[in-house]
Design a protein around this ligand. Structure first.
Ligand code: CMC
Length: 428
């Protein structure tokens, strides 16, 4: 017999179905709650609210498990490539060799952006934050591809919009970097795979051919895979909710980029390095900074620590920590902030404040150290997170459309003034 949940309000009892996910998670389906009782639920920050039923990503915060389409993140990070993971997330299955080659080729044919887009790049101050540029530039793609505005796109049209989104994103990200340096843009080359092409456009020069180090390609693949999806986080929920009003893919992804920017979400990777640098300049006394993080009268938080869902460890952080050691060793880089990060982690993991609140290093704690070793400036870190998260946003947006989900529109409990009479301005 299927399980039900009972709710008693006054002398009335209501039954609600309990639904169970394929990994055993249970939810009380309250979709008829208001109709039946006149009540709504209140769950600020959505800590207890399942917003959808999704078949893309599973994570168990208590056990530290993360899987994309059923495949453990550890296997994907060590065996797969970013583009293969993108295919898996978006289409649900690992591609055959031919499917992967076709996907890569299709994307390569859509990496150019309209030449007029360069005028937008010209318009931004060269020191403006890359995330603001990225969000605007991605939204502006909708102006160049008006067929994406149709809310009833055929499967082929939808697929083409997805391919364009993937192809142009890498070009836009690398051109934002080039713009910050005042260097000429480097055009994509179809002979390269997605990640190599991105590195070619980012670190390449018009004046000479560069060798792209396979160590860097591999590190970049790992980082992008680890960021590729994370179920209903702040930016993904934003993408789904914007898309639920039948906004186009570029507008939806652009909104996700804005949501990712904040330091409590993707912006944490930049904030971590800035914090570590500050601690270094301050003499490297980690105990002092741990004390500050625990002090309720101090606004300082240990950036890169804590997670809304992971209450044991973040499996991505484990992989990144190891990758960080490997990459710095392979590139022969000795980074003092890595030592500070490790010391902070060691102290925090033994401290009751962090133990009681189940605060562990998250994906952003070590990722910035790797990005820096690869040659990226600090303010590009969150943009790289966005590049990695793009397949997840697309997959979730596509799933939301396939499910024909209704427009996202939460309720509220109004607590403002009631029934006031308008007073003429001269009498106030
Ligand atoms: N340093 C010090 N104290 C913390 C931290 C931290 N980094 N994170 C949480 N706490 C404390 C917080 O003060 C609260 O204490 P108390 O119960 O005494 O009031 C308790 O732990 C619970 O915190 P919360 O803010 O209610 O938890 P949340 O689930 O709403 O927030 C978080 C999760 C990630 C926003 C938060 O842990 C945080 O601000 N971390 C630092 C920013 C960061 O690294 N963000 C990246 C997240 S992972 C990348 C991604 O997917 O976006």
């Amino acid at each position: 017999m299927s399980e039900t949940a009972q709710l008693k309000i006054g002398d009335k009892t209501y039954d609600f179905p309990v639904i169970e996910g394929t990994e055993g998670e249970k939810a009380i389906d309250i979709s008829k709650l208001r109709d039946q009782t006149g009540y709504v639920t209140l769950d600020i920050g959505y800590k207890n609210t399942g917003a959808t039923q999704s078949a893309i990503t599973f994570l168990d915060g208590e056990l530290g498990v993360l899987k994309y389409r059923g495949y453990p993140i550890e296997q994907l990070a060590s065996k797969s490539s970013f583009i293969e993971v993108a295919y898996l997330l978006i289409y649900g299955e690992l591609p055959t060799e031919k499917q992967l080659a076709d996907f890569q080729l299709h994307i390569s044919r859509h990496t150019l952006v309209h030449e007029d887009m360069k005028k937008f790049f010209d318009g931004f101050p060269s020191k403006s934050h890359p995330m603001g540029q990225l969000s605007s530039l991605v939204c502006s793609l909708s102006a160049f591809y008006p067929e994406s505005l149709k809310s009833n796109q055929s499967e082929a049209e939808l697929d083409l919009s997805i391919i364009k989104m993937l192809g142009k994103m890498a070009t836009i990200v690398s051109w934002i970097y080039k713009k910050s340096l005042g260097h000429p843009f480097i055009y994509p080359r179809n002979k390269y795979d997605y990640v190599t092409n991105f590195l070619h456009m980012t670190f390449g020069q018009r004046t000479e051919e560069i060798e792209i180090d396979p160590v860097i390609v591999s590190a970049m693949n790992t980082l992008l895979i680890l960021h590729a999806d994370h179920e209903q986080n702040c930016s993904t929920s934003t993408v789904r909710i914007v898309g639920s009003s039948e906004s186009n893919i570029y507008a939806s992804v652009s909104a996700g980029i804005s949501a990712l920017w904040g330091p409590l979400h993707g912006g944490a990777n930049q904030a971590v390095i800035e914090m570590l640098e500050k601690i270094k300049e301050d003499g490297g006394d980690t105990d002092k900074w741990i004390k500050k993080a625990k002090d309720k009268n101090d606004t300082f938080r240990l950036m890169g620590f804590g997670h809304r869902v992971y209450k044991n460890f973040d499996p991505r952080a484990k992989i990144i920590k190891k990758a960080c050691d490997d990459i710095l060793e392979k590139l022969g880089i000795d980074d003092e902030v890595l030592e500070i990060a490790k010391k902070l982690e060691e102290v925090a993991l033994k401290d009751n404040y962090f133990i009681e609140r189940k605060l562990y290093p998250n994906v952003d704690f070590y990722s910035g150290i790797i990005y820096r070793a690869l040659g990226f400036p600090t303010d590009m870190f969150t943009v790289l997170f966005a590049l990695g998260r793009l397949p997840g946003w697309i997959a979730q947006w596509k799933e939301m459309k396939e499910h024909k989900e209704p427009i996202g529109r939460p309720r509220q409990i109004y607590v403002g003034k009631v029934n006031r009479e308008y007073v003429d301005i001269k009498s106030r």
